[in-house]
Design a protein around this ligand. Sequence first.
Ligand SMILES: Cc1cc2nc3c(=O)[nH]c(=O)nc-3n(C[C@H](O)[C@H](O)[C@H](O)COP(=O)(O)OP(=O)(O)OC[C@H]3O[C@@H](n4cnc5c(N)ncnc54)[C@H](O)[C@@H]3O)c2cc1C
Length: 243
Amino acid sequence: MIVAADGGNSTIRRLLGLGALEADYQQTAITANITPERQHQGRAFERFTDSGPIALLPMSDNRCSLVWTVKTGDEIDILELSDQDFLAQLQDRFGYRLGKLMQVGQRNSYPLKLMQADQAVQQRIVLIGNAAHSLHPIAGQGFNLGLRDVAALADVLATTNKDCGDAQLLHDYKQWRQQDQDNVINTTDALVKLFSNNNPLLGHIRGAGLTVMDAIPPAKHWLAQKSMGLARKQPRLGRGIAL
Ligand SMILES: Cc1cc2nc3c(=O)[nH]c(=O)nc-3n(C[C@H](O)[C@H](O)[C@H](O)COP(=O)(O)OP(=O)(O)OC[C@H]3O[C@@H](n4cnc5c(N)ncnc54)[C@H](O)[C@@H]3O)c2cc1C
C-alpha cells in the first residue's frame, strides 16, 4: 500500500493522475522569526487587515513565528526591504501589542490556495496531510488536520490483522476522517472569505462577532474545540494512548 505524504504538490498524486479542487486566494504568506521587545508569555496574536491576517505565534527564547499575509505580488517588494524597513512596515500593520519589533530572521514566502484531492483514498493508496488537503493558514489548522489523518490511519491499521490495503479498511479510514476534513476545510475557507472582504458592514459584524466570542468563554471554547476537530471521536494517538 502507498501512503502519499509528499505535500501540497504531491508527485504521487500527479503520477497517479488524481484530480484536485484548487482555489487560488491571491494571497501570499511571508514567514520569518521575529523577536519583540515584550515577553509573549506563550500567547498567539492574530490581526485581521485588509490584505489578510498577520499572526505572531509564540516560540522559544521569546521569538515569534510570523505569518504575514499580503496580496500576491506585494510580497516581492516586502521581501527585498532591509531588516529595519521590514520591521517598520510590519510594526505599522501589526501595532504595539508586543512592544517594538526588534529583530527579524530569514524571510520566506508561500502562495496560498485551497487544494482538496478529489479522492484521497483509492485502491491501496491513501493521500494524507497536505497531499490530500492544503489550507490557508488563517486558523492554523493544516498541520493539526494532517496529524489527525496520520493518527486515524495508524489506529485503523493497528486494530486489524487484515491486509493493510484492504478496501473495507481504507473505506473505514475515509469515513472516519471525512467529516473532520470537510469541517476544517469549509470553516477555514469561510474565514478567509469573511476576513478578506472590505465591505464596511461586514467589518462591523466581524468586529462584533470577535468581541462577543472573547466575552463568552464557553462560546470561545466551543469554537476552538470545533475548529480543532476535538468535538469528534479522536484516534488513540491523539488522546496520548499507545497503539
Ligand atoms: C505560512 C504557513 C503557516 C502555517 N501555519 C500553520 C499553523 O500554525 N498550524 C498548523 O496546524 N498548520 C499550519 N500550516 C500548515 C502546515 O504547514 C501544513 O499543513 C503541514 O506542513 C503539512 O504537512 P505535510 O507533511 O502533509 O506536508 P509538507 O509539510 O509539505 O511535507 C511534505 C514533505 O514531503 C517531502 N517530499 C516531497 N516529495 C518527496 C519525495 N519524492 N521523496 C521524499 N520526500 C518528499 C517534502 O520535502 C516535505 O518535507 C501553515 C502553512 C503555511 C504555508
